[in-house]
Design a protein around this ligand. Structure first.
Ligand code: ADP
Ligand code: 5GP
Length: 201
């Protein structure tokens, strides 16, 4: 299953996803391509594939992206190659913006769409400032975009409110676990169990 996780920058998506990977086996992370500068703690190929605008344009024109968008003045995209490489290895998590989520919704109808929000606007501002990864101008832009993103969240299936981290993690985990338990998703296991019933004397 593909899970699309979106929400305003600074609401805690990366934190939630990172923690989720420690607590739930069978997950894969879709590493996006971006033209944004690498942050000191990031590793190329782990958080993102960092590329320049020319390369991004080239990939875009070659139809390499499932979706792409200009976010806070930088380009971000999910490559088909990344999806193909990882989708059969487990549940695939895409951390992408709302514009990208809309494009995925058109192309992969079956995907599950999760919107993450902070408990309030002042808390979002506080988190962005305390993260200390963006300039004051970049923070202003991210806050301005947050208002727009929240108003465009109608396509999502689930809402996770990231107030207390543990509670939000429980919510995210519950969403994925409940999808794993869907009858139609468990056909292989079900058939094996049925077979054991049939072979019983
Ligand atoms: P995003 O990936 O959505 O841009 P981050 O995961 O980078 O957001 O989180 C932004 C900042 O908020 C980080 O400094 C992170 O440690 C902090 N943070 C995330 N979740 C919570 C939470 N539930 N309570 C308090 N701070 C949080
Ligand atoms: P950041 O620069 O803080 O890592 O991410 C900024 C925003 O870009 C976040 O909202 C994140 O979800 C979004 N983003 C990251 N990768 C992609 C992608 O491949 N496509 C789209 N559309 N958005 C992305």
């Amino acid at each position: 299953m593909i899970y699309v996780v979106s929400g305003p920058s600074g609401c805690g998506k990366s934190t939630l996803i990172r923690e989720l990977f420690n607590r739930l086996p069978g997950l894969q992370f879709s590493v996006s391509h971006t033209t944004r500068a690498k942050r000191p703690t990031e590793i190329d190929g782990r958080e993102y594939y960092f590329i320049n605008r020319e390369k991004f344009q080239e990939m875009k024109e070659a139809g390499a992206f499932l979706e792409w968008a200009m976010v806070h003045n930088e380009l971000y995209g999910t490559s088909w190659e990344e999806i193909k490489k990882k989708k059969d290895q487990g549940d695939l998590i895409l951390d992408i913006d709302v514009q990208g989520a809309r494009q995925v919704k058109k192309r992969i109808e079956k995907a599950v769409f999760i919107f993450v929000i902070p408990p309030s606007y002042p808390e979002l501002e506080k988190r962005l400032k305390e993260r200390k990864t963006d300039s004051p101008e970049a923070i202003s832009l991210r806050l301005k975009n947050a208002r727009k993103e929240i108003m465009e969240s109608d396509i999502f299936d689930y809402l996770v409110i990231n107030g207390q981290l543990e509670k939000a993690l429980d919510e995210l985990r519950a969403i994925i676990l409940s999808h794993r338990c869907l009858f139609k998703e468990r056909q292989k296991e079900f058939k094996e169990i049925i077979r054991s019933f049939k072979s019983w004397p």
